[in-house]
Each structure stands twice: as C-alpha cells, then as structure tokens.
Design a protein around this ligand. Structure first.
Ligand code: F6R
Length: 241
C-alpha cells in the first residue's frame, strides 16, 4: 500500500478530490465507489469546488455507495441517501439515476444484496473506491469478525460503531443497529482503492491495518491483498506507524 501523509483534513480533501477528478476526466463513464461519514466531507467539498470551477463534469459518472442503515427509510435525516444528496449529489451535475445506494427498506433483503452486487458488475465494476475506516478497523460496515464476508449483506453493527455514530442522532436508542453493506469481495474488486483516515482516534486502526497481518478482526487489513491501494492520512492518524 502506498501511504501519503498530509498536514490536515483539507489538504487530504484537495488531494483525494484531484485523484477523483483525474479519474473522471480520463475514464469515460467512470464508476466511483463512495463513502459517507465525516472523513470524506472535505473531499466532497473540494470536488464541488472543482465542478463549480468547470474542471470536472459528472454527467457521465455513475456511483455506488458502500452502505446504508437498515430500516430507517431513505428520507430519514440520517440516511446515507440523504447524506449523499446533501453533501455531494445535489451540488454537482450528476444524474441521480446514476447514483446507487443500498435500499434502506428493501422488499426482499436477500434479493437487494444480490441485485446490488450484480448492478456493480453490470456497470463494469468500480474504477475508484473511496473508503473511510472505523475505530475498530471496519471498512464500509464490515465489522470485526471471525470471517470475511464476500458480497453485499446485512450486518449487526457493533457497540463501538453504534457509539461512534450516536453523534448524528438525538439519542443512542435512535441509532440503527443494522446496516446493509458491500462485502469485502465487492470492495476488493474495485480497480483502485483510496482509504482516508484523519484524527488521533483512527491511529490504532491504521496501525493494525498496516501490520500486514490479514485478519478479519481488523477488516481493513484485507486491503494488504489488493495491488492498488493508497492510504491518505493526516499526521495524527499516522502517529503510530
Ligand atoms: C461510511 C462507511 C464507514 C465509515 C467509517 C468512518 O459509508 O462505510 O466505514 O467510513 O465508519 O466514519 P467517519 O468518517 O465518520 O469517521
């Protein structure tokens, strides 16, 4: 894995946005894999600026998001659908029909997971996947476990993740306990992966990921098996490596 260390979140956002813009400019009908959470917000802000300045055109771009809370409904204030609309899609010229996020309330859960992986395949596969990392080493919502799960699936969120996400809800009781997430196999099929981590609270997870010990107890460690991963860190997230 290549490792790039920056002074702060904004520098990372500008750098990752430049990589994304480069991909969009050079790959016709580029397919992006996108993440939610606090980490990619500076990247999305920088992409919006690049769009406004006429540098990048999203009209031919398709996107697939990593995950969605199960059961809350896509119009919920904290749904990842709403997050993507508010923080990126409503501010660039992407066709909403070309943006896909797992359904929060699928009629048939098993079929939704199968269809999600199939729609990525049919689109031609993800050219560039953006990831954040959880304190417990999760990527998307692949939580620490005894095994890696290959395809898109439903997952029980761990206590650590529920605690980390409660900052977005009125109370811990409102935080969804389940999510639909791309699996490890879905993520690894991306042709290129960028993983971003900022802040001291991510330093342990980054250390575990980079230990080269591939272990489902640190899901991000599987990225050592991919040949085109770049890690974007601020100094704090890099402080233990
Ligand atoms: C979000 C996602 C999660 C987050 C991770 C870090 O789509 O898949 O894995 O990337 O929980 O979240 P933040 O960025 O809020 O620290």
């Amino acid at each position: 894995m290549k490792i790039n260390i920056y002074n702060n979140k904004q520098e990372i956002g500008n750098a990752v946005a430049s990589v994304i813009a480069g991909k969009v400019l050079t790959k016709t009908n580029c397919i992006l894999g996108l993440a939610t959470g606090s980490t990619p917000i500076p990247t999305y802000n920088s992409l919006i600026e690049l769009y406004k300045n006429g540098v990048v055109d999203f009209s031919g771009v398709r996107t697939f998001n990593l995950d969605e809370y199960y059961g809350i409904g896509s119009m919920h204030e904290q749904s990842y659908y709403k997050f993507m609309y508010d923080n990126l899609f409503s501010k660039i010229n992407i066709d909403l029909k070309n943006t896909k996020i797992p359904s929060s309330q699928p009629k048939n859960l098993e079929q939704e997971c199968i269809d999600y992986d199939e729609s990525i395949e049919k689109a031609g596969g993800i050219d560039l996947q953006i990831l954040g990392i959880g304190h417990n080493g999760h990527i998307a919502f692949n939580e620490p476990s005894d095994v890696f799960t290959y395809g898109t699936h439903i997952v029980d969120l761990t206590e650590d993740t529920i605690q980390a996400n409660k900052r977005f809800f009125n109370s811990i009781d409102e935080v969804p306990k389940k999510a639909i997430t791309m699996g490890i196999g879905t993520i690894l099929k991306a042709r290129e992966i960028i993983i971003i981590a900022t802040g001291k609270d991510k330093a342990n997870a980054i250390k575990a990921m980079l230990s080269k010990n591939i272990d489902p107890k640190c899901p991000a460690s599987i990225l050592n098996a991919h040949t085109n991963v770049t890690v974007f860190l601020d100094k704090e997230a890099a402080s233990l490596i």
